[in-house]
Design a protein. Structure first.
Length: 255
């Protein structure tokens, strides 16, 4: 008997009414099957310059905001329609929509946290008929001269490594009593994941969790996440991750 599949179809667990399960989900390479942000620059921009910038961003010798600015400079003049046509060739995880239905059936609250661009995220979600999930990301602006710029309204005031501080969004939108779930794959997920109780990781985030000895569940796609999260939340007593609680307390102490 497939116990994971059985758990995924079993009745929703009873979560204490004063607690919620909040699920935070990365977009590029997590919901989308490829990193669309990177593909825009690798395909449409100067690939040699793009590789150098991405390496510097990933090893944190270049902040994400400055990295984005330099990446945008590698692109030729671009109008909204041309970028829309390019983006629409990419796909989302086929199991993502079913995962959202599973989460809604259990009253889990989901949100997308991305260090990418709202333009392609919303475009692809709308194509798939997904309109009921909050999206937090960087805002892309098309200028009359064909250039584009990004607005970083979600950056942390003190830490400048990420353009969108996902950690802040997790802490601001969840109560200490809530159960928090993080699903991601990349460098921009590493900080936020540490403040969550249950982590689903692959690629760079998986390697980071292994290196830092942070408990996580590996996954390939949202079918895996759905089955594993069903098993976790079907337990009679959910336990919060102690190190995540300590991280939150330390952040509160800093003010």
């Amino acid at each position: 008997m497939n116990t994971a599949a059985s758990a995924a179809t079993s009745p929703a667990p009873v979560i204490q009414p004063d607690r919620k399960v909040r699920v935070y989900i990365d977009f590029d390479g997590t919901i989308s099957t490829e990193d669309i942000g990177e593909q825009i620059f690798r395909v449409l921009g100067d690939s040699n310059r793009v590789d150098e910038i991405l390496i510097a961003m990933n090893n944190q010798s270049l902040s994400t905001t400055e990295g984005w600015r330099r990446l945008l400079e590698t692109l030729p003049p671009m109008n909204e329609e041309r970028l829309r046509i390019f983006v629409l060739q990419y796909s989302l995880d086929p199991a993502f929509k079913e995962f959202l239905q599973f989460a809604a059936g259990r009253n889990f609250e989901c949100a997308i946290l991305s260090d990418g661009m709202d333009f392609y995220i919303r475009l692809l979600l709308e194509r798939e008929g997904i309109t009921n999930i909050p999206v937090f990301s960087n805002h892309l602006v098309f200028r009359d001269d064909g250039a584009m710029k990004l607005e970083f309204s979600l950056q942390d005031e003190e830490c400048r490594l990420c353009a969108h501080c996902k950690r802040n969004r997790v802490v601001i939108t969840s109560a200490d009593e809530d159960y928090t779930v993080y699903i991601g794959n990349g460098h921009s997920d590493m900080c936020a994941a540490q403040y969550c109780d249950f982590i689903f990781a692959k690629d760079a985030l998986l390697k980071f969790c292994e290196k830092e000895r942070i408990p996580f569940s590996p996954y390939r796609n949202f079918k895996d996440v759905k089955e594993k999260l069903a098993v976790i939340t079907n337990k009679r007593r959910l336990k919060k991750r102690h190190q995540a609680e300590l991280k939150r307390r330390a952040l509160y102490m800093r003010g």
